[in-house]
Design a protein around this ligand. Sequence first.
Ligand SMILES: [Zn+2]
Length: 173
Amino acid sequence: MGIIGQHKQDQTSGVGAEVLFVTDSMLGKLARWLRALGYDTHYESHWEPGIIDRHVKEGRRLITRQKMRAEEFRDSLLVNSDHVGEQLTELKWMVPLSPDRSDLFSRCLLCNAPLRSIKVEEARDNLPEYVFYQNMGGIRFCPSCGRYYWPGTHRTRMARQLEDWGFMDRPKK
Ligand SMILES: [Zn+2]
């Protein structure tokens, strides 16, 4: 059950405004899925000493599979499974993950930056021809790494997977 009518809008609008994560270095896949859900999730494949500490002090919650690490940092979230779908389900029991369909794919899967909407004509040079000629809406780009995102089979597949894991209601027919 989500909270209706209390959703705050600010410059980091979306679910990411409510809870921020930093994931341990073994949890890159989980980080991508959390970003797909719209959550602000910092991830690096290798952590320099003290960096996680800094992120936690800045208000992120560490997600880790290592019990020792979980005990080291305040408000850590310990997951046990090595399967990303199960990890998301474990998280759902610990924090109220209630993403909205409109928050899906609002962040860059690679670098976590909030995506910006762009008109199809303005993005022409960066899109496959079929996307341009079908005049698709919903084109977004990442101001940080310059990657473009558009509605397509990949996005649909990810949304289906989230439905299968129980994160999204299936669209009403
Ligand atoms: Zn990016």
